[in-house]
Design a protein around this ligand. Structure first.
Ligand SMILES: [Zn+2]
Length: 146
């Protein structure tokens, strides 16, 4: 059986050296669906309590990444912000909303990154992480498959 939970998160990004609009700093309302695969427990009727899956997805992805800006760590915009950190009067760039990556923040790479985070702390021994489906727009989607 497959159960899933879906969240929406607002994130900004840009793709350096991309010959199109995605080279601009811009945002999306991402939609993330996380599947859990496992048998239905006959006494509860659940694979797992979906409220537990919801809480895990929120704590692992939504809380740290909603309203963040993902920029590659070699992006001059990220470097410019970091170089002027004292101007922003914040102890870390994370509090400013900047999350730098070692990879281009494409929808594919963000889906892989989220899947890895979800897999690392997966707290449900009776089921496994299934597909991680990340919509960047209504029409563009990346699907991580376990
Ligand atoms: Zn984009």
């Amino acid at each position: 059986m497959i159960i899933s939970h879906t969240i929406h998160l607002e994130m900004a990004h840009r793709l350096m050296n991309y010959p199109g609009k995605c080279a601009r700093l811009h945002g999306h309302r991402y939609e993330l669906t996380v599947e859990a695969h496992g048998p239905v427990n006959p006494s509860s009727g659940f694979v797992i309590d979906i409220a537990d899956l919801k809480a895990y997805v929120r704590a692992t992805i939504d809380t740290p990444f909603d309203h963040m800006t993902l920029l590659e760590n070699i992006d001059p915009i990220a470097r410019c912000l970091e170089a002027n950190r004292e101007e922003f009067k914040v102890p870390s760039m994370l509090q400013l909303g900047l999350f730098t990556t070692a990879w281009p923040p494409s929808v594919e790479n963000i889906a892989i990154f989220f899947a890895n985070r979800l897999e690392q702390g997966w707290p449900f021994p009776t089921c496994t992480l299934g597909r991680v489906i990340l919509h960047e727009t209504r029409d563009n989607v990346a699907v991580w498959v376990p």
